[in-house]
Design a protein around this ligand. Sequence first.
Ligand code: PHE
Length: 361
Amino acid sequence: MESVDKLREELLAAVEAAADLDALEQVRVAALGKKGRITDQMKGLGGLDPDRRREAGQALNALKDAVAEALDARKAAMEGAALDARLAEERIDVTLPARPEETGRIHPISQVIDEIVAVLGDMGFAIAEGPDVEDDWHNFTALNIPPDHPARQEHDTFYLPSADENDGEQGRMVLRTHTSPVQIRTMQAGPPPYRVIVPGRTYRCDYDATHSPMFHQVEGLLVDEKTHMGHLKGCLIDFCRAFFGMDDLPVRFRPSYFPFTEPSAEVDIGCTRAGGELKIGGGDWLEVLGAGMVNPNVLRNCGVDPDKYQGFAFGMGVERMAMLKYGVPDLRTFYESDLRWLRHYGFAALDVPTLTGGLNR
Ligand code: PHE
């Protein structure tokens, strides 16, 4: 048998001399592998007499442990050095400017809804929602729109088969023609007071430069015990001036008719039409909103006592507001998904509109 001391010296020297992890692995195999030198020596133990065997066995086991330990230590040192080298080499310069990335844009419809919600939210209105597929009762009847009203004609409206044939006329389903049915749903859901706005999609059988079969509205409803026409006027004058960012924007109320409001008004803002170009502000007039005091019949249809409660409602077209504020000439372009158009008319993604942050840029 080889001298254990000599073997130890030799193997530990080989461990120290290994230049990299591969070389170290070779040293391990040559010492501790199946045909390694220590393994060989172990196999030779069988031929010794018992006393010699015990002594040599202990010495070999100690050698085996020492070599394994040295291998581990050297391996850890090599790995540590490799990591240090990588860390030293792979530096990141955090002061480099970011590479310009393709950024998405907010669609003007979303932007304008956010702006309308920011102004009215600041006044204390909460957002309410309702389904796009409505029943005839919520969309028409409850809003005091009688069965023979022209708005119910097939060519104005998208009707759908009713869920249950036995429902009859009242249960007939329709793509809501305005956001006003959410007035009804809000009032049915609990007792007054109500102070909600309803941004959402609406549908009508129309298609030209200023109409599309799907468009967006924002409805408003405020019902309380002492609400009067003065509140309606103040609220909508403030709204128009804040939304268009013009403190002295002229706003006027023109008598009108809606079945669900009495009295009803159309709201006009000042504009100028010079050389075919429309500008906000000035002595000419442009209609932007429908409004009125909630018709007592509507309150009654929702179980609200009209002798105790009264309020106002209003509705506006989002596309129209967007076209006026941001100078979009053709309504149809809103839905063409043309990225060049969106890059021109769209808005920066994290630029959330608030009254304090400013709605106008
Ligand atoms: N729903 C009406 C429309 O779509 C707008 C409106 C809402 C008018 C509320 C008055 C009150 O034309």
